[in-house]
Design a protein around this ligand. Structure first.
Ligand code: SF4
Ligand code: SF4
Length: 315
């Protein structure tokens, strides 16, 4: 599978990155062994890059898959930690639970954060830089839905890698539209930042237009990889074949990949923690309960983990 250098990091990643969110507890909630098998199939098929996060709760299957793999894959993780100490805990947790000596890329997990993110989370960023100096992480990054934050990251010497949302319909982009994000990405590339993409398939809503959606991502100069969440062997094999340049005969069924998040009203306590968590402002209070606007929902599942009542379900 084609590999690309991630900016100036010296890290070489495959064009297809295994997105480890959807198989885990926030979405499909597959058993750990099944998740590990999916990753193993991807790694055996040539993928060398896995994207996860502290909040995805998928370190265990990744650890198992790394143990079985012939070569150690590149691992990206991220944390919403704000302070130095919180970020240190997040890095230590990743190293311990993955049983690794270093994490290749560690991001500020900052999906919906605004342009003050680098000031507000200065301590967390300093922690990432210090851990990089100690060799415990190899590159510092930011994952973001914001066009303005992406642009700002292009000029920050501390940031090596940017993981922005981008897709052909501009779904989920904050502080700007698709064109603004394209320009911000181009700026990151011109400044030598490594760039890989999230949600090129719009969180699943563009799977019916798979080829066009991927072709759009690939048309943006300077990207290194595209993270795609995979939840079945069929999907993994399809993506492997596609990124190897084959034209798969059968596309995975769109129906099988469709997902929808719903608030169970009888369980919702109206605390609105989910409203604050949603990166796409898709949840609004309605008659004292949370309500998910389907058109805005990017099916990330972050609200599931944020709800203390387990009132948000994937259906
Ligand atoms: S976090 Fe859970 S309980 Fe709180 S408003 Fe959202 S759905 Fe309801
Ligand atoms: S409502 Fe928001 S947080 Fe929940 S799945 Fe949709 S986009 Fe993600």
């Amino acid at each position: 599978m084609k590999k690309n250098l991630l900016g100036r990091t010296g890290i070489e990643v495959t064009e297809l990155c295994f997105g480890a969110l959807p198989m885990g507890p926030l979405q499909k909630n597959l058993p750990v062994e099944e998740c590990a098998d999916l990753i193993s199939t991807a790694l055996a098929g040539g993928v060398n890059f896995i994207d996860t996060a502290q909040g995805y709760k998928t370190y265990e299957p990744i650890r198992l898959a790394i143990k079985r793999a012939k070569e150690r894959p590149i691992i990206a993780s991220k944390s919403p930690a704000k302070s130095f100490d919180e970020m240190q805990k997040a890095i230590d947790q990743a190293l311990n639970e993955l049983e690794l000596d270093y994490i290749d890329i560690f991001h500020l997990h900052a999906a919906r954060a605004g342009v003050d993110v680098f000031k507000k989370r200065r301590g967390a960023l300093e922690c990432l830089v210090e851990n990089k100096e100690k060799g415990r992480i190899k590159a510092v990054g930011i994952s973001t839905h914001s066009a303005k934050v992406t642009e700002l990251a292009s000029g920050l010497k501390e940031i090596d890698v940017v993981f922005p949302i981008i897709n052909k319909k501009g779904l989920g982009i904050l502080d700007g539209n698709r064109e603004d994000m394209e320009k911000a990405i181009a700026k990151c590339v011109s400044q030598g930042k490594g760039v890989y993409f999230m949600k090129v398939l719009g969180g699943g809503s563009l799977v019916g237009e798979f080829e066009e959606a991927i072709a759009y991502g690939r048309s943006l100069p300077g990207y290194s990889s595209i993270a795609i969440g995979m939840v079945s062997q069929e999907e993994v094999e399809f993506n492997l074949a596609y990124f190897e340049g084959e034209k798969p005969k059968v596309f995975p069924s769109v129906a099988a990949m469709e997902k929808r998040f719903l608030v169970v009203k009888s369980l919702c306590a109206g605390c609105f923690k989910c409203v604050e968590t949603c990166p796409n402002h898709a949840i609004t209070p309605k008659e004292g309960k949370a309500y998910i606007e389907e058109e805005k929902c990017l099916t990330c599942g972050y609200c599931v983990g944020a709800c203390p009542q387990f009132a948000i379900r994937l259906i």
